[in-house]
Design a protein around this ligand. Structure first.
Ligand code: SF4
Length: 225
């Protein structure tokens, strides 16, 4: 039998090269290699100029799409691309600039207060640790994780709706809640993969494994399920 044909059969039967069922570590290795093939260099999808504008963009992205955030941030960042300028804008002015985004009134207030706190407590710099990030108005654990991972390159695994759904469908977590999903993923996947993998999973979820997926026959599930 041809090597390729054999590999295909083994995958179809969910077996490894020794003929045993795939172990968890083998399933994870397969997922990582497949996502590396599809998204070798995943780029941060939110446009930004610096860590401050990145934090603002991440705050705006809650319950909105990255596309929408990228549409409105150029105007906002032209007016204010640092905490000093942002804190000088009125809440109403910020709200008007971000009005097309969901939860604009709350987000405008949080962005103004977050900018003031950065100026007063952190010399206008975005902190690079969870404890301080999570003290900022409107900045929760998920936003902090994105900043730690994507702005500072520190190990974190932000779990959004796509990652939560994929982790459940790929049987890496029981889908109870995002806190549990984050714990499970961090326990099962080596830390060196977290930062890249969380972006790759988001991209895969958006492209192939949508919430209401009609056609459901990806190679990944055929291999690991
Ligand atoms: S087959 Fe594809 S779309 Fe269906 S759950 Fe698996 S990865 Fe998602």
């Amino acid at each position: 039998m041809e090597k390729k044909e054999l590999e295909h059969l083994l995958k179809k039967e969910n077996l490894n090269s020794k003929g045993n069922k795939l172990k968890l570590s083998e399933k994870i290795s397969y997922i990582i290699s497949k996502l590396d093939e599809l998204y070798p260099k995943p780029e941060i999808p939110l446009n930004h100029e610096n860590n401050f504008t990145f934090l603002v963009a991440v705050m705006l992205s809650a319950q909105s799409t990255d596309k929408k955030v990228n549409e409105i941030t150029p105007k906002l960042f032209t007016k204010a691309n640092n905490p000093d300028k942002m804190s000088k804008l009125g809440v109403n002015e910020i709200r008007e600039l971000i009005r097309e985004i969901g939860l604009a009134p709350t987000k405008a207030k949080n962005i103004k207060n977050m900018s003031k706190l950065l100026l007063n407590e952190y010399n206008g710099k975005v902190p690079d640790n969870f404890e301080d990030l999570e003290k900022l108005p409107g900045v929760g654990h998920k936003t902090s994780s994105v900043i730690m991972s994507q702005a500072f390159g520190k190990p974190a695994f932000p779990v959004d709706t796509h990652i939560h759904r994929l982790a459940y469908r790929w049987k890496l977590s029981n889908g109870r809640n995002v806190i549990q999903t984050e714990k499970d993923l961090k326990k099962k996947i080596k830390q060196k993969y977290w930062n890249k993998l969380h972006l790759q999973m988001i991209f895969y979820g958006r492209e192939f494994c949508k919430a209401r997926q009609k056609k459901c026959e990806c190679e990944i599930c055929k291999t690991i399920s």
